[in-house]
Design a binder for this molecule. Structure first.
Ligand code: NAG
Ligand code: NAG
Ligand code: NAG
Length: 263
C-alpha cells in the first residue's frame, strides 16, 4: 500500500512537472496555428519543450540535442510591446536531467557532469565569434515576461554578428510593422527556425540558415496572410523573402525531408 502510494505520488509529480514533454501540441498547443505544430522529426535526438518561466508557458521549441540548437521556436504575436532585454541566459534543466524542475533556470541544480551534455551552455558562445541568436525574439514578444523567457539557450543558435545585429534585426522590424497593420485584429502565429550545417563539427552546430514564417488566421482558421524569409548565416547574409509554400520547398531541400510550416 505504501509502495503503491509512493509510485502514485511519483507519477503525479513527474506528470505535473514536465516542460520537456512527449507532445507539445497537447501540452502547449496555444503557440501553433490551429494547434498544429510544424513538422516534428521522429529521431530521439529531438525534444519538445513548452518553454516555461516561473510556471507559465511562453512559447514552444523543437530542440535538437545532437546539434545543441533548436530546429524551431513557435510563438504568438500580439503587437510590439517595447520589451527590454535581460542579457543573462537560462538553460533547460530537463534536457540534461529529466528529474529536474519544469522552469528554465541557470542549471545550477544539474549535476556538473550532466550539465550541457544535451544542450548549449554560455561557454560554447563565449569567445566563439558568434552571437547567441534568438529564434523567438525579444522584439516580437507579447509581454516582458515572455521577452525574459526568450533568453533560454534552447531558443538560440550561433549567429554571425552582422547578420544578427543588422540584417536579421531589420527583418524582425519589418515583420512587426507589417503584422501590426495587416493582421491587427487576427491571431498571428510565427515560427522561427534554423538549418544545421552538416559540415560544421563544433560542439554546438553553427547553422547554415535562419528562417521565419508567419500566418494570420482568418475566421475559417486559414492563413489569410502568410509569408516567409530565409537568410544565410554569414556577415553579408543573403536574405530572401518568399511565400510560405516556397519556404516549405526550400526547407525540404535543406533538411532533406518534407517540412510543413502551418496546417
Ligand atoms: C513520424 O512517425 C509518424 C508515425 O510513425 C509518421 O506518421 C510521421 O510521418 C513521421 N514524421 C516524420 C517527420 O517522418
Ligand atoms: C563577422 O564579423 C565580425 C566583426 O567584424 C567578426 O568578428 C566575425 O568573425 C565575423 N563572422 C563571420 C562568421 O564571418
Ligand atoms: C558541405 O560540404 C559539401 C562538400 O564540400 C558541399 O558540397 C556542401 O554544399 C556543403 N554543405 C553546406 C550546407 O555548406
Amino acid at each position: 500500500m505504501l509502495l503503491l502510494l509512493h509510485v502514485l505520488m511519483l507519477s503525479l509529480l513527474s506528470s505535473g512537472s514536465a516542460k520537456v514533454v512527449q507532445n507539445f501540441e497537447s501540452e502547449c498547443g496555444q503557440f501553433f496555428a490551429n494547434g498544429k505544430s510544424p513538422t516534428r522529426f521522429n529521431e530521439s535526438q529531438y525534444k519538445q519543450i513548452c518553454q516555461t518561466l516561473n510556471n507559465d508557458f511562453y512559447y514552444a521549441t523543437f530542440y535538437d540535442t545532437h546539434n545543441k540548437i533548436p530546429v524551431y521556436s513557435a510563438y504568438k504575436f500580439e503587437g510590439i510591446m517595447g520589451c527590454t532585454r535581460i542579457e543573462s541566459w537560462y538553460i533547460e534543466p530537463q534536457i540534461d536531467d529529466p528529474n529536474k524542475g519544469q522552469n528554465m533556470d541557470f542549471g545550477r541544480t544539474v549535476n556538473i557532469h550532466m550539465r550541457g551534455i544535451n544542450q548549449a551552455l554560455n561557454r560554447d558562445y563565449d569567445n566563439s565569434g558568434y552571437d547567441r541568436g534568438h529564434l523567438a525574439p525579444v522584439y516580437l514578444a507579447n509581454s516582458q515576461s515572455c521577452a525574459d523567457a526568450t533568453f533560454s539557450l534552447t531558443n538560440a543558435a550561433p549567429q554571425a554578428k552582422c547578420f544578427n545585429r543588422i540584417f536579421w534585426w531589420d527583418e524582425e522590424l519589418s515583420l512587426g510593422t507589417h503584422l501590426k497593420t495587416a493582421c491587427s485584429s487576427q491571431p498571428v502565429y510565427i515560427v522561427t527556425g534554423v538549418v544545421p550545417d552538416p559540415n560544421n563539427s563544433n560542439r554546438v552546430n553553427v547553422p547554415s540558415h535562419f528562417w521565419t514564417a508567419y500566418c494570420c488566421l482568418d475566421q475559417n482558421n486559414r492563413c489569410s496572410d502568410s509569408g516567409g524569409v530565409i537568410g544565410t548565416n554569414d556577415n553579408n547574409s543573403n536574405i530572401q523573402k518568399m511565400s510560405e509554400s516556397d519556404l516549405e520547398e526550400e526547407l525540404k531541400n535543406l533538411y532533406g525531408k518534407t517540412f510543413q510550416l502551418f496546417q
